[in-house]
Design a protein around this ligand. Structure first.
Ligand code: FAD
Length: 479
């Protein structure tokens, strides 16, 4: 950079791809120095989990949206790829930055990277500062009376609610300082987004994702508005019905930080200012589950690979055959609710929460497969695949996790679909070959002509596989 130029500020964006309520960006704007906004695709730092296919697709579109928003505000998004510590250090030297700012992350490897950058900055006389942006209750601030982390959700959430109200969100800066330039007037050079090859090709399986989602801040705000105008007031019952849009579908937007939880929290407050209906409280507690999952990951950085409850290390999982695993992944198990969910996941990158629980229970209990197999498939196919919520929920279903569902709770996919999709709206949407069956027969197609329509026979019997799971658990308990 030009030696006579003023020093600049570096803002390093990660899972906070937004201008609204972005404390690091707002602080940078207030400093008034030339501003470099950088996103680093880091697949090289030890332990950092590479993105799955669906989240890569999302990231491409989210970065496109973010770049346009930054440009409209007078700034520019710089893209670089490599181990983040090296990239940020080199960029700071190259641009003569005096200050590096970011919003905090809570995963183990990411924290190590961030600490490395902070140490380097301190050694070289740069100011480095981090901000709270993506969790309303940072893990180390919510402690039991004995000073440890909570292991059960309800007291965790009560402790959060007993503390101070989450802070007000910050509005997006209207104008951002332009980037610093070199002697030739050029801003720092970065990668072209297309060169990262985040989008699938040959085959391009992303058509259903593109028609379902609008990655980026505008899409996130639209989802929030639709939710507040629609399902929010009836969330307590609507959230369990997969055939209606009874939930917010904000999860991928939260995953990439396109909207802040503080913004969502206060939008609910504004919409329901006085006595918030119980449904709003239930929705808030779902946001609380997200915070709880992050607290679990913070305390257990290996949540995606290790049983939270170590006694499960002795559990006799059975490796499913390739055919069984493929049947589950492709939605061909012969159980309509599981299959509809797995096809929804493949087509849209998202699955309804109740169906996630039923599909996961089928894999880990009826097929007795290790939960890590399912976690990895969801990691690759979910647009909201989240380093904390995905393993925490898989372990919850498997019984090996914190505050887990008791092992003997084995979701019966037929009972679940009769109860929560009585009119079979969801089943018919994703299993067109069964659409000719009536509302009663469609839940058990093997009994009523569904097989003739090309739908598979059940790959395991429910009573036998349930009994096998319970026996396996009993052996674990007996030691
Ligand atoms: P809403 O019902 O509108 O809830 C609002 C927000 O609360 C969600 O966007 C999400 O951020 C949070 N939330 C809701 N339920 C949970 C929960 N059980 N755990 C943590 N946060 C929650 N959620 C993810 O965000 N990423 C994942 O990778 C993920 N993997 C899962 C795997 C399994 C096996 C199961 C059973 C659940 C998983 N979930 C995951 C949790 C939940 O299914 C989704 O958060 C929810 O379906 C997202 O839809 P929504 O935005 O409409 O949720």
């Amino acid at each position: 950079m030009d030696s006579g130029s003023p020093s600049s500020t570096l803002v390093w964006l990660r899972d906070d791809l937004r201008l609204d309520d972005n404390p690091a960006l707002s602080e940078a704007a207030s400093l008034g120095q030339p501003l470099i906004v950088v996103y680093v695709l880091d697949e090289d730092s030890p332990g950092v989990r590479p993105l799955g296919g669906a989240t890569k697709w999302w990231l491409h579109h989210s970065l496109t949206d973010l770049a346009a928003a930054l440009e409209a505000a007078g700034s520019r998004l710089l893209l670089r790829r490599g181990p983040a510590t090296d990239i940020i250090r080199d960029l700071a030297l190259e641009t003569g930055a005096s200050t590096v700012l970011w919003n905090r992350r809570y995963g183990g490897p990411e924290r190590r990277v961030d600490a490395g950058v902070k140490d380097w900055a301190a050694e070289h006389g740069l100011k480095a500062a981090s901000f709270q942006a993506n969790l309303m209750f940072e893990p180390w601030t919510v402690r039991t009376g004995a000073g440890g982390p909570y292991k059960v959700f309800t007291p965790f959430w009560r402790a959060c609610l007993d503390g101070s109200e989450p802070r007000l969100p910050l509005d997006a800066p209207e104008r951002l300082p332009a980037p610093s330039t070199d002697a030739g007037g050029r801003p720092p050079a970065g990668d072209a987004l297309d060169s990262w090859r985040l989008l699938p090709r040959r085959p391009d399986w992303s058509g259903g994702l593109a028609t379902t989602w609008q990655p980026g801040e505008a899409g996130a705000w639209q989802r929030l508005a639709d939710f507040l105008d629609g399902p929010a007031e009836d969330y307590g019952t609507g959230r369990d019905v997969p055939g209606v849009e009874g939930t917010s579908r904000l999860s991928p937007h939260l995953r990439f930080g396109e909207i802040s939880p503080f913004r969502i929290w206060h939008a609910l407050r504004e919409r329901f200012p006085h006595s918030a209906p119980a449904d709003v409280g239930i929705f808030r507690s779902e946001l609380g589950w997200r915070e709880f999952c992050w607290q679990l990951l913070y305390e257990n950085p290996q949540l995606a690979t290790r049983n939270y409850r170590p006694e499960f290390d002795r559990f006799a999982w059975q490796a499913p055959s390739n055919a069984e695993l493929a049947a589950w992944q492709q939605g061909r198990t012969g159980y309509p609710l599981v299959d509809a969910g797995m096809r929804q996941l493949w087509q849209t990158g998202w699955m309804h929460n109740r169906v996630r629980m039923a599909a996961a229970s089928f894999l880990v209990k009826n097929l007795l497969a290790d939960w890590r197999l399912g976690e990895a498939w969801f990691w690759d196919t979910l647009v909201d695949a989240d380093a904390a919520s995905n393993p925490a929920n898989w372990q919850w279903v498997a019984g090996s996790g914190a505050d887990a569902s008791p092992y003997f709770r084995i979701f019966n996919p037929v009972t679940q679909s009769r109860k929560f999709d009585a009119g079979a709206r969801y089943l018919r949407e994703y299993l067109p070959e069964l659409s000719g069956l009536d509302d009663k027969a469609i839940h058990e197609p093997w009994k009523a002509g569904g097989l003739a329509a090309g739908y598979p026979e059940p790959i395991v019997g429910l009573p036998e596989s349930r009994a096998r799971a319970l026996e396996t658990y009993q052996r674990l308990k007996d030691g």
